[in-house]
Design a protein around this ligand. Structure first.
Ligand SMILES: C[S@@+](CC[C@H](N)C(=O)[O-])C[C@H]1O[C@@H](n2cnc3c(N)ncnc32)[C@H](O)[C@@H]1O
Length: 215
């Protein structure tokens, strides 16, 4: 890790990191200087460029970024410092731990952008999109909440469409091919996506809306 980044890990991360409570759900408003209009979560933010853009664009929203890779966390800290972003808090461990500790209907928007595809059949249990995980997403989100999933991997895309196609809690908002083959304007490119496109892979952008079905 570069020197400037490790300085931020020592100085800035302790101010922003989320420690899970022993009991009860995470108190999201208490994480921020002032309570926010809503709370959005990005799981596996990588180098953090998408999360930083969302936080800068939507200053009223409180953002929770979750990333287990230390270099990614350090990169996000650099964005936070450079752009003086006060509305991001970080969980630097496995997203599944955080998801068990969040309260019901607390997350209005959830981003899962280019999660590791684990394309081999024998590794499919490692994929972040699973029926049980999607149910957990549904428990965390109120009706109207938005779930965004991006991938460049055909196996993972097929898997995700199958899992999402047979769950009752989210409706796919796409009305035409362009709705999932073109990245919407408020969805900036991630580092992983840029690499995928450069290498000639097609990316897909799935947008789901939480409906009223109880999860
Ligand atoms: C393929 S990368 C994509 C990164 C970023 N979203 C992008 O599009 O550039 C997947 C990221 O998810 C993170 N990740 C995978 N499983 C995770 C988990 N269970 N909890 C938190 N982060 C996870 C990895 O460390 C990695 O940075």
């Amino acid at each position: 890790m570069r020197k400037g980044r490790s300085r931020l890990v020592e100085t800035l991360l302790p101010e922003l990191v989320i420690r899970l409570p022993g009991e009860g759900p995470v108190d999201l408003p208490a994480l921020f200087d002032t309570p926010r209009k809503a709370y959005w979560l990005e799981i596996g933010f990588g180098a953090g460029e998408h999360l930083a853009w969302q936080a800068e664009t939507y200053p009223d929203i409180g953002f929770i970024g979750c990333e287990a890779f230390a270099n990614g966390v350090a990169s996000l800290l650099r964005h936070i410092e450079q752009r003086t972003l006060g509305n991001i808090r970080i969980f630097d461990d496995d997203a599944r731990l955080l998801m068990t500790a969040l309260g019901p209907s607390t997350i209005d928007r959830l981003f899962l952008l280019h999660p590791d595809p684990w394309p081999k059949r024998r590794h499919r249990d490692r994929r972040l999109v699973q029926s049980a995980t999607v149910r957990r997403f549904a428990q965390l989100m109120p009706p109207g909440g938005i779930l965004r999933i991006a991938t460049d991997h055909p196996v993972f895309l097929g898997w995700t469409l199958r899992i999402m196609g047979r769950q009752p809690w989210f409706d796919w908002t796409a009305r035409s091919a362009a709705d999932w083959l073109e990245r919407p304007a408020d969805w900036p490119q991630t580092r992983y996506e840029a690499k995928a496109l450069k290498e000639g892979r097609r990316c897909t952008y799935l947008n789901y809306r939480r409906n009223g079905t109880v999860a």
